[in-house]
Design a protein around this ligand. Structure first.
Ligand code: URA
Length: 463
């Protein structure tokens, strides 16, 4: 470092007194804070608090925070820094406390995938076992879908319940599925929006603090994290996914929550349906005991951990058996019906799928050869589904609830030339024309038999 830069940085090390909201705070110059991270130094909790308090109060502009995010992207953060950031984000807005009801409160988070309709099945199933789950979810962005858009394909279903209604739903039904409150973790909301447009999403400490801040603020005692791994997920490889999972479990423990991370494959879509109405129909079929095997296995694994963590069962095998039985005898479906009714939705859709909006243009994509399916690319299918109208290119775009894709052949399936691989649903010939070539390349058939993909890759818990 030359002498001029050295003197300049020395001067930056001075803190300045600044008046914020009528209170004098010692705050470090923002550029010094950024400089420290750029040079790989460790932040104290105090300086992080000062930086982000000033940011939330509009004293520090987005461009300086973006620079800091990029510095974190390259230099990373220690576990302690990540935990501190998580707590600062969790405390930046309102927090919920469901412990008033019992300690049997649950939460779940998926890191995002294609065809992931797990919350729609897991929440009512857990409520059936007497547990409480207020699941806050987001909308889809990019190639992966969002639970809130899916729920809106049920006519009349309200996702924006008030705090009082959420508490009432927990008491009466045992679960609610609602959109993330703007008052919960507003700092995460601001940082996430910046990360989205500054190529700083894929940072393990930033993802861990973003996810865990929402879970801590959400107020549940037992948290299951569904960490997706593969082509259709943020985490493309197992090693990074394991590092992320270990960090999130540790943060949860430090905040006195029990957290288990289940790593599940996202090379091919989960289940067979991708798109809003199509996925809700598949979730209902699963609650009727007619779900696809990979989706059933995901639900049984996540459900058995939640039953075990909250002390409902003695061990995981008892939990698995109970969840599998509840799926096959339709017990979760009764709770799902109660949930739809409580949130203002039309419960008739549960018995008559024709009441869902399904896009009018339907086309089958046939296999070009015979053999065994070796690949059904989750990323490409998510992208094609978005182009067909089921997702948004940018925030605020309208979506076509009835658009999407049904995957007729999964990895390992035998296929004959001319047999349908995908069934495509859209409302626009132009969109069909754009999505079709992506789907033509989204599957691969080989001569030799291929085993189905492993669904659950690893589990990380505190042990
Ligand atoms: N999901 C989140 O909530 N935050 C991230 O940073 C990534 C996935």
């Amino acid at each position: 470092m030359n002498i001029t830069v050295g003197v300049f940085n020395f001067l930056l090390c001075y803190t300045l007194k600044k008046r914020i909201g009528g209170v004098f705070l010692e705050i470090m110059l923002p550029q010094e804070f950024i400089y420290r991270k750029r040079e790989g130094k460790t932040h104290t909790r105090e300086e992080m608090e000062e930086f982000f308090t000033a940011y939330m109060q509009g004293e520090i502009p987005d461009y300086q925070v973006s620079s800091w995010l990029m510095a974190v992207f390259f230099q990373s953060m220690t576990e302690e820094e990540t935990t501190n950031l998580t707590k600062i984000m969790a405390e930046s807005g309102e927090t919920l406390n469901f412990f008033d009801f019992s300690t049997k409160t649950l939460d779940k988070h998926s890191t995002g995938g294609v065809g992931d309709k797990t919350s729609l099945v897991l929440a009512p199933l857990m409520a059936h076992f007497g547990l409480k789950m207020a699941k806050m979810s987001g909308r889809g962005l990019g190639h992966s879908g969002g639970t809130i858009d899916k729920l809106e394909s049920i006519p009349g279903f309200r996702v924006d319940l008030s705090r009082e209604e959420i508490y009432e739903g927990i008491k009466k039904v045992g679960c609610v599925l609602v959109s993330q409150s703007k008052e919960l973790t507003p700092l995460d909301g601001k940082l996430y929006a910046l990360r989205d447009v500054t190529a700083t999403v894929e940072s393990i400490p930033l993802i861990a603090s973003s996810v865990m801040s929402k879970k801590l603020a959400g107020g549940a005692k037992h948290i299951i994290l569904d960490v997706k791994v593969g082509k259709g997920a943020f985490m493309k490889d197992l090693e990074n996914a394991l590092n992320l999972s270990r960090l999130m479990v540790k943060i949860g423990e430090m905040a006195d929550r029990s957290v288990v991370a289940v790593l599940s494959q996202m090379d091919e879509p989960l289940g067979c349906s991708v798109g809003n109405s199509l996925e809700v129909i598949e979730a209902i079929k699963t609650l009727k005991g007619k779900g696809p095997p990979d989706f059933n296995e995901t639900i049984i694994t996540l459900g058995s951990y939640l039953l075990f963590m909250s002390g409902v069962v003695k061990d995981l095998s008892e939990g698995s058996e109970m969840v599998a039985n509840a799926l096959s005898n339709g017990r979760g479906l009764d709770k799902f019906r109660e949930l739809v009714l409580f949130q203002g939705g039309d419960t008739q859709v549960i018995d008559d799928y024709n009441l869902f909006s399904i896009a009018p243009i339907r086309k089958v994509l046939p296999s070009t050869n015979s053999g065994f399916v070796a690949d059904v690319d989750a990323h490409d299918i998510g992208l094609a589904s978005l182009i067909l109208g089921a997702g948004r290119r940018k925030k605020g775009d309208n979506i076509d609830l009835g658009a999407g894709i049904v995957v007729r052949k999964k990895v390992g399936d035998k296929v004959e030339k001319g047999e349908p691989v995908f069934e495509i649903f859209t409302s626009s010939e132009n969109k069909l024309r754009d999505a079709y070539p992506i789907l033509e390349k989204a599957y691969k058939v080989v001569d030799k038999p291929i085993p189905p993909l492993k669904v659950i890759l690893e589990v990380v818990d505190k042990g």
